[in-house]
Design a protein around this ligand. Sequence first.
Ligand code: SAH
Length: 218
Amino acid sequence: MANDYERARLKMVDEQLVARGIKDPRVLSAMGRVPRHLFIEEALRDRAYGDHALPIGERQTISQPYMVALMTEALELKGSERVLEIGTGSGYQTAVLAELAARIYSIERIAGLADKARWVLASLGYRNVAVKIFDGTYGWKDQSPFDAILVTAGSPEVPPPLLEQLKEGGRMLIPVGDRTTQVLKKVTKTPAGVEQSSLTGCVFVPLIGGHGWVAENA
Ligand code: SAH
């Protein structure tokens, strides 16, 4: 069983990541190590290493492996960084970041998801991760500034508090667009000002909060 998951994981790295141009060896080996199936409910585990997002409850999703790799690679982590993540969800992306940087601060607005993610991360032995239940559009001021910020929900704009909490020289990856489709933006803070580039089109669940979208009750 464990071997089957490992085989599926290495196949995912080759066929979905390397084949599509992900090059950073640290990102590839982290995603070859993190047991993605343990962040997913048992009934869906057979599909854990497939080329797609999957439901994680509360109408939220764990991102497609390629999107996790693309965003992580673009953060250019070397190992010493303090990273802020908005949208802990299952905690899978958090674990990948924890393999690659010094300290991860992750914020999730849904308590049930945050609790589950904390439990899985702790059971896998990640000690460099803190998960907080909060509206991440305000960032985590006490722990700022951050070398890198990763937002894994779609936002109408770059939330100003997140830009403030990014170090000079720091990188932020954030999907910006409407409630259903977005463009993945890389925002870099330089001495000359803020630079933005667009990486790809993408589909994330909405970022809900003070500097995001209003919650829908349905
Ligand atoms: N990175 C996650 C993907 C989670 S989906 C994973 O690997 O599983 C996006 C998550 O963002 C959802 O769990 C959603 O509840 C959360 N979210 C949406 N708006 C938020 C906000 N303002 N602050 C924190 N989390 C938010």
